[in-house]
Design a binder for this molecule. Structure first.
Ligand code: SAH
Length: 215
C-alpha cells in the first residue's frame, strides 16, 4: 500500500480549502475528500507530485481519474443519507468510489475496461474500502442489485440510457454528464414518487466518453 505521510495530508488539506473556495460547501463531502489519499489512485509516479492539484490525470487504458472539483461536485449533488444504495458507472481508478464509501454509502460500481476493473478492485481491497465492483456495460446498470437511491455516471453519455432511471427508487435521482464531443451538461434526473422524471441542468463539464458495446 502507498504510504500517506504528513506531506500528503497537508496537500490534501489545501485541496479541501481550494474546493471550498470553488463552491463545494457540504461538510460531509469535504471531509470525505480530506480522508481519501488521492495519490494512491495514480499509477504513474510522474504524476504523483500533482496528485493534490485540482486537475484530471491519465490512469491507463486511455482513461482519466476525474478532477477533484468534479468528484466533489457530483458527490455533493448525490446528497444521500449514510447507508444509501449508490450505483456508480465508470469505476476507473476507484477514486470517486472511495469518496462514496467514505460518505457512508453502500456502493456498487461498474467498469467496462477489464484491466482497470481488476486493478481497482485490488487497490480498494488493499485500502480496506468495501464496495461491490462489477466488470460490465454501464448502459445496462446493475438490474440484479436495483433499485438504487442514487446513480452516478462518471463518463460522458451521448444520451440518458432508459435502464438507469428504471433502476432508481421513487424519490431517488441520477447524476449524469450528457453530451457528445468535448463538453457535457451535468444533468440531475429526479424520479418523482409517481415515477415521472424531472430534469435539471447544472452546467458544463468535461468527461471521457461512455462507450457502448465495448466490454
Ligand atoms: N470515477 C472515475 C472516473 C474514470 S473516467 C475515477 O474517479 O477515476 C470514466 C470511466 O468510465 C473510465 O474508466 C471508462 O473506462 C468507464 N466507462 C466508459 N464507458 C463505460 C460503460 N459503458 N460502462 C462502464 N464503464 C464505462
Amino acid at each position: 500500500m502507498v504510504k500517506d505521510d504528513y506531506r500528503h495530508q497537508g496537500l490534501r488539506k489545501r485541496l479541501v480549502e481550494d474546493l471550498k473556495t470553488k463552491g463545494i460547501s457540504d461538510p460531509a463531502v469535504l471531509k470525505a475528500i480530506g480522508e481519501v489519499p488521492r495519490h494512491s489512485f495514480i499509477d504513474d509516479s510522474a504524476f504523483l507530485e500533482l496528485a493534490y492539484q485540482d486537475i484530471a490525470f491519465p490512469i491507463g487504458c486511455g482513461q482519466t481519474i476525474s478532477q477533484p472539483y468534479t468528484v466533489a461536485f457530483q458527490t455533493q449533488l448525490l446528497a444521500g443519507k449514510p447507508g444509501a444504495k449508490v450505483l456508480e458507472i465508470g469505476t476507473g481508478s476507484g477514486y470517486q468510489t472511495a469518496v462514496l464509501v467514505k460518505m457512508g454509502y453502500k456502493v456498487f460500481s461498474i467498469e467496462r475496461h477489464r484491466p482497470l476493473y481488476i486493478r481497482t478492485k485490488e487497490r480498494l481491497q488493499g485500502m480496506g474500502l468495501k464496495a461491490s465492483l462489477f466488470h460490465g456495460d454501464g448502459y445496462l446498470g446493475a438490474p440484479k442489485e436495483a433499485p438504487f437511491d442514487r446513480i452516478l455516471v462518471t463518463c460522458g453519455a451521448p444520451f440518458i440510457p432508459d435502464e438507469l432511471p428504471a433502476q432508481l427508487k421513487p424519490g431517488g435521482w441520477l447524476v449524469i454528464p450528457v453530451g457528445e464531443g468535448e463538453e457535457q451538461r451535468m444533468i440531475k434526473l429526479l424520479k418523482q414518487l409517481d415515477g415521472s422524471l424531472l430534469k435539471e441542468d447544472l452546467g458544463a463539464f468535461r468527461f471521457v466518453p461512455m462507450l457502448k458495446n465495448k466490454v
